[in-house]
Design a binder for this molecule. Structure first.
Ligand code: SF4
Length: 322
């Protein structure tokens, strides 16, 4: 019997990243990793805020401008102000997206509509723009869906950020599955057990806090409140990628489960491989593959379901670069 493949995920995306010719100049910003590689696992929901709000293509460029305390979305060449239209449309569009079971969102960087961070905001009068804005649609999206993994395509060129984003997307998917089935204390605990090492690699204290929340400190809390608090903590812990030190700790922890049953040569090989990873001489996939091999051979049941051992499809090769 063949094993089931990875789930098909549904993610939102800035339409120009898929190659749709929706940019102000009639062009696109197709991203090959997103369309050809990650795209094999994803059903994309493409959104172009500027086209959907009625600006047309091609169109004169728009930008964020600071007016006193406020940030406005304006088209300098015509003087038109799109702030209210974009805000009203954005609220409706984000409400529709919230009902679509998304597991993540990829935004186009630097855009006054889609940019997630460090978008240029022009001053009232003459002067250089500051780099502290967020696209107006991105703001509505992130406010309405604070637990949704969101990244920019530019940041996804960084192997660490890319790996972390995609790991978060798969965690989000499993969280939604649990939510659909209806959380119980037992299923929340099973979810935590499955993700323990993934959390440990990122933030050991955060992992323990989440465990305590489901244990004694959460006693008497209604399950829905417990799930909401857990989810918030989960989002916080996962937001930051694991460091090499964090991964090394988890690898040593994992080695503790399999070492006793190994002969001296295999044990030495495992220790040496983890040390090579710690020193930056080999990528994470090397010690992890070795550990996975021992876990499978020894049938260590507790570890076999750990999300850490296979956080995303092997074929994405994300662990080959961290
Ligand atoms: S960045 Fe956003 S608004 Fe601009 S073209 Fe791409 S999808 Fe449309």
């Amino acid at each position: 019997m063949s094993t089931p493949g990875p789930p098909k995920l549904r993610l939102g995306i800035s339409a120009c990243l898929l190659g749709q010719e929706v940019r102000y100049n009639g062009g696109h910003k197709r991203d090959a990793f997103l369309t050809d590689t990650f795209g094999r696992y994803v059903e994309w929901v493409a959104v172009c805020p500027e086209v959907e709000v009625g600006m047309g293509t091609p169109r004169p460029p728009i930008r964020l401008e600071r007016r006193g305390e406020e940030t406005r979305l304006v088209m300098p060449s015509t003087g038109e102000d799109y702030t209210d239209a974009m805000r009203a449309w954005g609220q409706r569009r984000v409400a529709a997206l919230a009902a679509m079971d998304l597991d993540g969102y990829v935004l186009k960087k630097d855009s006054p509509s889609c940019g997630m961070e460090r978008v240029k905001v022009y001053p009232d009068r003459e002067g250089a723009p500051s780099r502290d804005g967020r696209g107006m649609f991105a703001e509505a999206l992130m406010e309405r869906l604070p637990d949704l993994p969101v990244e920019e395509e530019g940041r996804l060129n960084d192997p660490l950020l890319r790996e972390n984003f995609i790991a978060r997307v798969f965690v989000h998917h499993r969280w939604r599955e649990g939510e659909k089935a209806g959380w119980t204390r037992a299923s929340l605990m099973r979810f935590h057990e499955r993700h323990k090492l993934l959390l440990m690699a990122r933030n050991q204290n955060g992992m323990r806090r989440l465990g305590r929340l489901l244990g004694d400190s959460g006693k008497g809390t209604p399950v829905t409140d417990l799930a909401a608090a857990y989810r918030q903590g989960l989002t916080e812990v996962l937001r930051r990628p694991a460091t090499r030190r964090g991964h090394t700790n988890v690898l040593m922890h994992l080695a503790g489960y399999v070492s006793d049953a190994l002969d001296p040569a295999d044990r030495a090989e495992l220790t040496e491989t983890i040390e090579r990873y710690r020193l930056g001489l080999v990528p994470l996939i090397v010690p992890l593959t070795l550990i996975r091999h021992h876990v499978r051979r020894q049938g260590v049941e507790y570890l076999q379901g750990q999300a850490y051992l296979e956080p995303h499809p092997y074929e994405l090769m994300l662990l080959n670069h961290v």
